[in-house]
Design a protein around this ligand. Structure first.
Ligand SMILES: NC(=O)c1ccc[n+]([C@@H]2O[C@H](COP(=O)([O-])OP(=O)(O)OC[C@H]3O[C@@H](n4cnc5c(N)ncnc54)[C@H](OP(=O)(O)O)[C@@H]3O)[C@@H](O)[C@H]2O)c1
Length: 327
């Protein structure tokens, strides 16, 4: 099969090479899928750079989520049949940026009928992260103000839709006017272009000085520092990622003085510690998708050959929603 491979670490466009490799084989408890669509995620960028918490041995194929068609079953697999359309994460080092991938059946889910292949591939990581972050970790309540950074991006766009679905007032922060239009379209009530306005001032002005109840931060660095200046009394800051390149550094005296919480979120760990919650989340997300309440934003559909350029655009902060490869 054809698969993108990383044999040396660096920028995606420099290190991703399209190669002919043997088809992967499903082990016990695994399914082999033909990839129908694979979404690019920032962790793919970080894996190419060798900066992600997971560091597969070289060479590896990145691609952390997909929609696929089951073509073979490993030993002991029940509940799936050849021909099923499924979503989930492939087992690295054989990631989703390929024609075939293997998935652990225990964390593989039926693709929602309401979504096409590209949309279904993107309902997994970003939306599960949003659901666990906003509901399980931050306990977002109806009527609260949710501030979402990188709001037009993959996890950000999901957080806007899920925040709205929960009855929150959603404020988005984005880089540039095109992304601002996207975040508005996604349902953010107010959008702040970080190149034009100081989000701290705007959030304070818009909340009568109170600040945002929940802050969703996939960016880190100064974005985190500034967020702590506009978090409400009993507010919650979700540490989701550091796409800006600088890890959040936390002044706990500030959290004490202002009475707010800082919540770490590593969604992938729920697959290990609470897989039943991941399944429950998938059912709820599928219902929201069926009702038209959430729908992943797909901005680019790329053939397999053009995937590396798309991952580089994601690395450079130039994409909105999800860039999806359809082999
Ligand atoms: N905690 C978890 O379990 C979990 C799960 C999934 C993803 N994540 C993390 O969430 C973050 C976002 O992932 P994603 O796939 O949805 O990516 P994304 O948000 O679509 O892309 C990153 C966005 O970050 C903003 N950004 C700010 N400074 C940047 C910089 N120096 N370089 C690149 N982008 C910059 C840009 O938006 P603006 O220009 O609009 O600011 C950019 O579009 C990543 O850090 C990822 O690792 C965490």
């Amino acid at each position: 099969m054809r698969a993108w491979q990383v044999s040396a670490l660096g920028e995606p466009q420099d290190v991703l090479v399209l190669a002919d490799v043997p088809d992967p084989e499903p082990g016990p408890g695994q399914v082999l899928v033909r990839v129908l669509a694979a979404s690019a995620n920032f962790p793919d960028v970080l894996m190419c750079r060798g900066l992600y918490q997971e560091r597969p041995e070289l060479p590896f194929t990145p691609g952390v989520e997909l929609c696929g068609e089951v073509v073979d079953l490993g030993g002991g697999v029940t509940g799936f049949a050849v021909g099923d359309r499924v979503i989930g994460s492939p087992v690295l080092p054989n990631g989703a940026f390929a024609e075939f991938a293997v998935m652990d059946a225990a964390v593989t889910f039926p693709a929602p009928e309401a979504l096409d292949d590209a949309e279904a591939s993107a309902l997994y990581i970003g939306y599960q992260t949003g659901w666990f972050g906003l509901h399980r970790r931050a306990g977002l309540r109806e009527g609260e103000t949710l501030l979402v950074h990188a709001a037009a991006g993959g996890v950000g766009s999901a957080a806007i839709q899920l925040g709205k679905a929960a009855g929150a007032r959603v404020i988005g922060v984005v880089g540039g006017p095109e992304k601002a239009a996207v975040a508005r379209e996604l349902g953010a009530e107010l959008v702040i272009d970080r190149y034009q306005q100081d989000f701290v001032d705007v959030v304070k002005a818009e909340t009568g000085g109170r600040g945002a109840d929940v802050i969703y931060d996939p960016v880190g660095g100064q974005t985190y520092q500034r967020s702590s200046k506009c978090v409400a009394f009993e507010g919650r800051i979700l540490v989701v990622g550091f796409a800006g390149g600088e890890i959040q550094s936390v002044a706990l005296n500030h959290a004490l003085v202002k009475n707010y919480s800082i919540l770490g979120l590593h969604w992938g760990l729920y697959n290990t510690y609470a897989p039943e919650l991941v399944a429950q989340c998938h059912r709820e997300l599928s219902e929201l998708a069926a009702g038209g309440v959430v729908r992943p934003l797909i901005s680019e559909w790329l053939p397999l050959e053009e995937l590396a350029a798309g991952v580089q655009r994601l690395a450079d902060g130039k994409t909105v929603g999800r860039v999806v490869m359809t082999p």
